[in-house]
Design a protein around this ligand. Structure first.
Ligand code: FAQ
Length: 318
């Protein structure tokens, strides 16, 4: 046969079928692959929200860098806050691969049209809060993020592998602050207990609404973006943390917390969902201040971005 004149046609592959086959085969969707519009939108929403959380999340701890009790603690806290900046940057880069720019994400955040985690709208009132944030907030973050290392979108999943390594150190340093304080004076132990009392419930809210109220879980799980539901992750976190609280010698502020032999899990009390939604909708104790600080820093840094971009443009034209 004369191969020069043969017009070979490839069998038509429906892009939707190919997308689903990649998901089913536990492989990764990459930026140039076809993907449903809603998959792209869901990823932009979740990754941008996650990136914003890391960046806004620098503020509560940044508040204590200049007041850390020792040089050693100060060096660790600075490193942790810098890690959070790094996590934000990996995540913004992952979101950019989906066709949104960093400037657009910033505008949406500053205008209140993008969310960030509710937890960062609570104030940090004492040094013990640095320990509690590491122990509970990073602890909840890791519990949620381990599954995201297996997210079906390649750039997100790879960013999460790096982030999780650093989060483990964050949780450990928080626990260490609290353990040290619990071995100190009565006043220090009271500071720890007060801090745990304030952060326990907001940490449980980090996992999002109950599964029955969650708008995105079912679809995100079928796309293998999320692998475990909000309620299952929350339960995992509680089961792990109750045991750690015993080692620390602190009381968790929930009278209904009790081991349930039949379920093989701890039962716990009802979360104040009105408080959760008030914070998510912008009416928490620190929402306004967090966003004001963030947008001021963005405006004040405009000249730096301009200079860096001008330099990059000059380099590439040479
Ligand atoms: N805060 O249908 P679902 C960290 C919203 S990183 C605010 O269940 P989904 C590290 C949700 O967006 C912490 N909003 O939503 C660190 C949706 O509204 P929308 C951040 C929340 O996406 C430590 C609506 O409620 N981690 O802490 C919250 O399936 C220390 C319905 O909810 C991530 O972002 C909330 N807590 O599940 C840094 C991880 N929960 O968007 C500094 C990645 C829910 O339709 C210091 N994200 N909403 O307007 C996720 O895994 C998921 O997005 C969930 C929510 C689990 C957060």
């Amino acid at each position: 046969m004369d191969t020069m004149t043969t017009t070979e046609t490839r069998p038509e592959v429906d892009p939707g079928d190919l997308f689903q086959a990649i998901i089913d085969a536990e492989q990764k969707i990459e930026p140039r692959d076809w993907m449903p519009d809603d998959y792209r939108k869901t990823l932009i929403r979740q990754i941008a929200q996650h990136a914003h959380s890391e960046i806004i999340g620098m503020q509560p701890e940044g508040n204590w860098i200049s007041r850390a009790p020792t040089l050693h603690r100060k060096a660790i806290l600075m490193a942790k806050v810098q890690d959070e900046a790094g996590h934000g940057l990996y995540l913004y880069s992952a979101a950019e691969t989906l066709g949104i720019t960093r400037d657009e994400m910033m505008e949406l955040l500053h205008a209140g049209k993008h969310k960030y985690s509710s937890i960062f709208n609570y104030p940090t009132l004492s040094w013990a809060d640095m320990g509690t944030i590491g122990w509970l907030v990073d602890g909840a973050a890791i519990t949620n993020q381990v599954m995201l290392q297996r997210a079906s979108y390649g750039p997100y999943s790879r960013a999460m592998v790096r982030i999780c390594k650093e989060e483990s150190f964050h949780q450990r340093q928080g626990f260490d602050i609290l353990l040290t304080m619990m071995g100190g004076s009565e006043t220090q132990r009271e500071m720890v207990q007060d801090s745990v009392d304030r952060w326990w419930w907001p940490s449980l809210m980090m996992f999002g609404p109950n599964d029955s109220e969650s708008t995105h879980t079912e679809q995100s799980m079928s796309w293998k973006i999320k692998r475990v539901s909000n309620d299952d992750l929350r339960q995992q976190f509680i089961d792990m943390t109750v045991e750690q609280s015993k080692v620390l010698g602190v009381t968790l502020p929930d009278p209904d917390l009790q081991w349930n032999e039949k379920r093989g899990h701890y039962d716990f009390g009802e979360i104040d969902w009105d408080e959760f939604w008030a914070v998510v909708e912008g009416n928490g104790p620190m929402n306004r201040e967090r966003i004001e600080n963030k947008s001021r820093a963005w405006d004040e840094g405009a000249w730096v971005r301009k200079a860096v971009l001008a330099h990059a443009a000059k380099e590439s034209s040479q």
